[in-house]
Design a protein around this ligand. Structure first.
Ligand SMILES: [Mg+2]
Length: 306
């Protein structure tokens, strides 16, 4: 671990840093792109890292894409990527239910097509996708016919989120043995031009408030995405770094997992935010290093290849 935290990674330090790393975990939004706009030079870095024999994985809290959809987006924006390198919350939530929980029943899913596809691929029975139109009166809602086979409620990003879905989740979650899982708790989804839309965290909070329960969260800062990379691909923590734009998710996860962390300033968190965590002694949210953009590592990378 770096002796002094939050060091600017440039010059000789970045050359030594790259030589000490063979697996790089990247967050996507705010690191490689913003919305559909790639960060300049980011694809050159990813493709160059791979050419020098380093392994790259993509760890994203976003639940709106399957591994294949992510690989397609990465490819479209110039990044060389395979579905097996993508660890998103749609895929990892399905793996959690299949391998960790070993769920025997069904899932009531508040979520979209990508979650439904990954659940299907993992053999997780589920329902709930799409619009849930208002029928009946409050009395009917409280006594709705619940499927006794539902053993878990999963909340991810769902553009059809509604009062009917909130009520359905509550009816299932009143049974304490019904699991309550959230893909992630990011409050906003960033788009191009600094604009944003409400994120999955808003829906999770609504269901938590109704159910008087806390969801178990799959996405960063939980270590489960990292655990999935370790299990599927293996890695040496001492030679691995997590690169992200958010201190409370990406950097916190890297600290929890005992790997080095690198903050890039093209997204959510600022250097001032990092300094303020440092002043407060919240060191798990202070990165070991920072760069203005991941493209700043390109000169050191081209020297390493010579
Ligand atoms: Mg991000």
């Amino acid at each position: 671990m770096a002796a002094s935290k939050c060091a600017h990674l440039n010059g000789e330090l970045s050359r030594r840093f790259l030589a000490s790393v063979d697996t790089v975990l990247f967050d996507c939004d705010g690191v490689l792109w913003r919305g559909d706009e790639p960060i300049s030079g980011a694809s050159d870095l990813i493709n160059g890292l791979k050419r020098t024999g380093k392994r790259v994985f993509f760890l994203t809290n976003n639940s709106t894409k399957t591994r294949s959809m992510y690989a397609e987006k990465l490819g479209r924006l110039g990044f060389k990527a395979e579905p097996g390198e993508v660890f998103g919350t749609a895929y990892c939530t399905a793996i959690y239910l299949r391998d960790i929980v070993q769920l025997k029943g069904k899932v009531y899913l508040i979520g979209g097509r990508a979650l439904s596809e990954e659940f299907g691929a993992a053999g997780i029975r589920h329902f709930g996708c799409g619009a849930d139109l208002v029928t009946g009166s409050p009395k009917d809602w409280a006594s709705m016919e619940a499927d006794p086979d539902v053993k878990a409620v999963v909340v991810g990003f769902d553009e059809h989120f509604s009062y009917m879905k909130l009520n359905r989740a509550l009816q299932y979650l009143q049974d304490p043995s019904c699991l309550f899982i959230a893909t992630n708790t990011d409050t906003r989804l960033p788009l191009e031009g600094g604009r944003a839309i409400p994120g999955t965290g808003c829906l999770v909070r609504a269901v938590e408030t109704a159910a008087h329960r806390k969801a178990q969260v799959i996405g960063k800062p939980s270590s489960f995405l990292y655990d999935c990379v370790v299990k599927d691909c293996g890695l040496d923590p001492a030679r691995t770094v997590m690169v992200g734009d958010r201190l409370d998710t990406d950097i916190q996860m890297g600290s929890t997992c005992g790997i080095r962390t690198l903050l890039t300033l093209t997204g959510f968190s600022s250097l001032e935010d990092a300094k303020s965590y440092q002043d407060k002694g919240a060191l798990s949210m202070v990165p070991d290093y920072y760069v203005n953009s991941v493209a700043d590592l390109l000169p050191a990378l081209s020297e390493e290849r010579q």
